[in-house]
Structures are given as structure tokens and as C-alpha cells.
Design a protein around this ligand. Sequence first.
Ligand SMILES: [Zn+2]
Length: 269
Amino acid sequence: MHEAKPAGSTPGAMAGSAAGAIAGGLLSGDPARPETLSDRLASGVLSLINREGLNQGDPLPTVKVLAAQFSVTTPTMREALRRLQATDAVELRHGSGVYVGAGVHRTLMPNPNSMITDYAELAIQLVEARLVIEPGIAALAAQHRDEADLERLELALETATRSPDDPRPHLYFHRELARSSGNKVLYEIVDSLLEVRAREQQFLRRLITDRQRDYDEHQAIVVAVRAGDSAAAESLVREHLRELRYTVERTERQVSAPPGEPPTPRTRE
Ligand SMILES: [Zn+2]
């Protein structure tokens, strides 16, 4: 199996992670309360993930099998898994499929109390930040990707064309690109950025109306990464994100245009 390299995949890192904090009873809001059966099960599943060296998208045994393994009923097991799902440590899918979630090794969590309403402005800043970071990541990915990275990038490409209800694991292209850089810190930065700014990111995604072009651009990036062409990968990602920034800026202008003055239709520059 491929030597996986997500952020914090060493066994010791789990203790400091968000998922580890849940296992420690943080979800209850009272770290001093006695450990419940659900805590122990959650912690047991996290240990299992760690022990087996599993990563995001890897399948876990079904709820039924896990329940048998931990000698509890299926509903009890499901409850423990739902708690892990709340922080993306696992992902429960239709038909009892359980997968390792994107947040299993995550060290940073979004603030659920955040009251931000001006998504457009923050979305522009999110794209700016990504423009600073991601072209360089693409260049590194072209140098450091291995076969398993390329497989995951292909899977991420395909994820974008599938229905959200599709039971197979969902991989997100830009996360996988960062993972392919072989640099855990950069992966963590991109993962955290997309997670902490998830609402702005959703706002951005809703603006992408031309899904086919988005797919084609991602595919061109994968071709460059596969070919080991750092310069091409870098400039393709830069163009891809500039296009996104242009889209969000154009939307901003249309939203803030004075009434009675229709927004000027513009084509891609
Ligand atoms: Zn993209």
C-alpha cells in the first residue's frame, strides 16, 4: 500500500487533533465528566483508524460489523459514529457505508459561532489567499507526486461529476493537489483554509456555473502534474484561481450595481 502522507498521520499526532479532543470528551462541553460508552467507542474507532494507518476516503467496516467488534448494539455504534461525523472524522453514507472523513487528522476547526454575513468580501480574500499559496503547491506536486497521488487526483476529478448522494468517497481536487505536494504543512494549510472558510468556499462553488470548464481546467492541471511539468502546473493553477477571482468580483459588482442600471454583461477576459 502507498505510504500515505496526510497531515499528522503519525500515531502521536492524534492526541492533539480535533478528533482526539472529541474522544477526550470535549463534545460534551465538560471535560471533567466521566467517560461514557459513546466516548469509549468513538475513541476506539479513532484508534482503529490510527492503527490501520487509514486516511480520508478509506472504508471502515460497516456499522454492523463495528458494533459486533466492539460488542455493542448497532444503534449505540451508530450514535458514536455520528459524534465522530460531527467533526468530519468519519463519514457515514447510505447503506451503512462508513469512511474515514477529511477531518480525521485536522488540527484546526471552524468557529460555529462565527456571525459573518458578508461572504462575498471574504470569498474574494479567500481566493487571494489561495492564489498566494496554491500555484507553488502545484509546482511542488508536479515534482513530488507518486502513483497513489495521481490516482487520488483522478478520483477527485471524477468526484466533481458525481451526484452528492453517490456512496463512493468524495475527494476534493484542491485538497488532493496539496496532498500531492508531499509537504504536510502545505497540505494542512490548504485543508484548514478550506475547512475554516467552508462557508465562503461554498459561496464560491455556487458561483461556478460552468462545471465543464472547471472540470477541464482541473484535468489540465492533473496532466501537467503527471508529466512532472512544474511550470505548467503552477501557471494553470494561477489561471484557474484568477478566473475564480474574476467570477466573484463580477458577481460583487452586479450585486452592488445601483438599481435601474443593469450590470454590463461581460465575457471572460
Ligand atoms: Zn478548482
